[in-house]
Design a protein. Structure first.
Lengths: 197, 335
């Protein structure tokens, strides 16, 4: 339950979906952006944490992701209904860069005698990593089929978000069109059948 | 690596992100404003240039006194240009132009968030005027402002240099800024007006949200404290509670300061003394003679000045030419 408030939708309006909020964000509506932020910040943070491993760096990555989201809102392509895939993929990308930078800095600042990293108990860490991954999986499970597919394509298949979204967007849209065409044809046939009987 | 993700960190991240978003929005608005502003400035410069050249052909002191008038016209054109800049920037900030181009100001005003009516804006302004008796004018301005539910934050009068100089910092209700600036015209010649609007609604809302969250959190903690079982729990809850209360007080004082600045605009007014030496119109033949003589002196001065400016350049060019000729002569003698 989030304690930070956003400007809520009116009392009888349904909670707006990501697509509508993204459209408003593109036009400069900061309240819509705030709603999207509150909706997805946790998932982005877990994703960043799982990639980077350090809580402070994960916070920085989360902030970066959302600021990038605001600045490049026009370029964000939504496949089905959610912006979460874009956010998670971007978080992963930023996280990997940040992780690489952290490694470089850590290597540069340690001497041969220093203990590299100072890790906690490995079993402990594995348990924590499992918990973080569970949180991420929970968030991904709430996505619809096409959205989840985009995310998987990017994370497992190493596609870029743009190419994956374009492919799936095109195929998703064509499937939707075909479905609706089939549906309307069925309706027409059913209607004709009823009339003749 | 911990899995702790408490509200503190979430709200901290949120304010960082929102602050960056604010800066970005303002930058986009500024870009649109500079485009419009540059266009307006070019128009104003062209106008002032035209007026100035027309006036200086009249020559002498007469042009000096009417130059003040053209200055006033230019400044009023500038302030109206400034006003239209502000409304254009508000539209374009609302309609978000990704390229920052001013023609997106035609964008959808309907798409703006519904609570446009009560935006919190910090208004700051400044004005310069000249009057015969700056000290008296400053006193009159102060009493006028105080009569209108404003207040005077600072007031100084300086008689040490040549002429009297007075300056005031006044706070007036934001709705009356324009009325105040217009009223200043009744005290003397206003030569410079500028007003800036700083929209801090986002920051203010953010503060309000954080204050509300902290209050809820403090209530919860107080409840936990009441139901606490062991002394260790009590100590931990106490700690968290005092921390939160400190934060809350800090945020509340920040918010009060901001609200105070929003409700009362800050205006800096400075009053200088009109030069009373010999620029008042000398009429008739004597006047004409004086004007003509002054114009002649002026032209001679400018010619001498121009000569002085040109002299070093001429010297340099002469030196280069001499070297060139010298090298040609040497070359011819050698061959």
């Amino acid at each position: 339950m989030s304690l930070t408030t956003t400007v809520e939708a009116g009392p009888d309006e349904p909670v707006p979906d990501d697509r509508a909020l993204l459209q408003r964000t593109r036009l400069g509506d900061r309240a819509a952006f705030g709603t999207l932020y509150d909706r997805h910040v946790r998932a982005v943070y877990w994703q960043a944490l799982s990639v980077v491993g350090d809580a402070v760096a994960a916070e920085d990555v989360t902030q970066d992701v959302f600021i990038t989201f605001w600045e490049r809102a026009r370029a964000v392509r939504v496949v089905d209904t959610s912006v979460l895939p874009w956010l998670l993929v971007t978080a992963r990308f930023h996280g990997l860069n940040a992780g690489r930078r952290l490694q470089r800095d850590r290597l540069r600042s340690t001497t041969l005698d220093d203990d590299l990293g100072g890790h906690a108990d490995p079993v402990d860490e594995a348990v924590l990593r499992g918990e973080v991954q569970a949180e991420i999986d929970k968030a991904v499970a709430t996505l619809s089929g096409p959205d989840r597919r985009v995310y998987e394509l990017c994370v497992d298949g190493d596609h870029s978000y743009e190419s994956a979204a374009r492919e799936l967007g095109v195929s998703h849209a064509s499937v939707r069109n075909r479905l609706s065409r089939v549906r309307s044809r069925l309706r027409a046939d059913l209607h004709a059948l009823r009339e003749t009987s | 690596m911990t899995t702790q993700l408490d509200e503190d960190r979430l709200s901290r991240m949120r304010s960082t992100v929102m602050a960056a978003v604010e800066t970005d929005t303002r930058r986009r608005g500024r870009r649109a404003r500079t485009v419009v502003g540059v266009g307006a400035a070019v128009a104003v410069l062209a106008g002032v240039g035209g007026v100035g050249t027309a006036l200086t052909t009249q020559g002498g002191v007469v042009s000096a006194s009417s130059g003040d008038d053209s200055g006033l016209d230019a400044s009023s054109v500038e302030s109206t240009a400034g006003g239209s800049e502000d409304s254009a920037s508000r539209l374009s900030a609302a309609a978000d132009s990704a390229g920052g181009d001013a023609d997106s100001a035609g964008g959808d005003a309907k798409a703006v968030a519904p609570e446009d009516a009560d935006r919190e804006v910090i208004v700051t302004g400044s004005a310069s005027l000249t009057a015969k008796d700056p000290a008296a004018v400053s006193a009159r301005i102060a009493s006028w402002v105080e009569a209108r539910q404003g207040r005077v934050d600072a007031r100084t009068t300086d008689d040490s240099g040549d002429g009297v100089y007075a300056s005031l910092t006044v706070r007036v209700p934001s709705a009356q800024v324009t009325a105040t600036l217009d009223h200043l015209e009744s005290y003397g010649d206003v030569s410079n007006v500028s007003v800036a609007n700083d929209d801090v609604t986002g920051v203010a809302r953010d503060l309000d949200a954080r204050i509300k969250a902290l209050r809820i959190s403090i209530d919860r903690l107080e409840k936990i404290l009441a139901d606490a079982g062991s002394s260790a729990e009590v100590v931990r809850a106490e700690d968290a509670l005092t921390g939160r209360q400190e934060q809350l007080e800090q945020l509340q004082s920040q918010r009060t300061r901001m609200s105070e600045q929003v409700s009362l605009a800050t205006l800096t007014i400075d009053v200088s003394q009109t030069a009373s030496t010999g620029s008042v119109d000398p009429g008739g033949f004597r006047g004409g003679l004086v004007n003509g003589w002054n114009a002649l002196v002026d032209v001679v001065n400018r010619a001498v000045e121009g000569l002085g400016v040109a002299l070093p350049w001429a010297g340099v060019l002469l030196a280069i030419y001499a070297v060139y000729r010298g090298s040609r002569v040497l070359a011819r003698r050698r061959s």
